[in-house]
Design a protein around this ligand. Structure first.
Ligand code: HEM
Length: 126
């Protein structure tokens, strides 16, 4: 029973998946779920789910946090999640930062370019 009881400290990080990547795994051939920002590959669990495969397939590729919690799954069920853990949802903020880091200089360059053009045209007309 070694290693049990450390479930609160699941390794942070791990591979990151975007919600788009998860959304592609929405069939019985490949079924991924997001629960509390973590990604679970439940493909081999679908048929074994005590609550039926229907409900899992319905949520496949999506964020099932709410439905998972609404059912009031037992601690056993929470424990089972660990077996299917494959990674985390890519933090939204990162892609946000990625875009703004590019957009701001791009916008700045555009403004400077326009100002320069106006300045040049001004020079020509006078
Ligand atoms: C990997 C994710 C999941 C695991 C490991 C899991 C596990 C389990 C387990 C072990 C049970 C038996 C009862 C219990 O121990 O609480 C159960 C029941 C159930 N589950 Fe899940 N479940 C998962 C996801 C979901 C999702 C996403 C839904 C809803 C869309 C769902 C709906 C249900 C329902 C309706 C039952 C029957 C509850 C009852 O009979 O009272 N489960 N699940």
């Amino acid at each position: 029973m070694e290693g049990r009881g450390s479930e609160a400290q699941q390794p942070p990080g791990g591979p990151f998946f975007t919600r788009g990547e998860v959304a592609k795994r929405n069939s019985c051939k490949e079924a991924w779920l997001v629960i509390r920002e973590r990604v679970y590959d439940v493909t081999r669990f679908v048929e074994e789910h005590p609550g039926g495969e229907e409900v899992l397939l319905e949520q496949a590729g999506a964020d099932a946090t709410e439905s998972f919690e609404d059912v009031g799954h037992s601690t056993d069920a929470q424990e089972m999640l660990k077996q299917y853990f494959i990674g985390e949802v890519h933090p939204v903020r990162r892609s946000h930062v990625f875009w703004t880091t590019w957009l701001i200089p791009l916008f700045g360059a555009l403004v400077i370019g326009l100002m320069y053009r106006c300045y040049m045209m001004d020079g020509k007309s006078s």
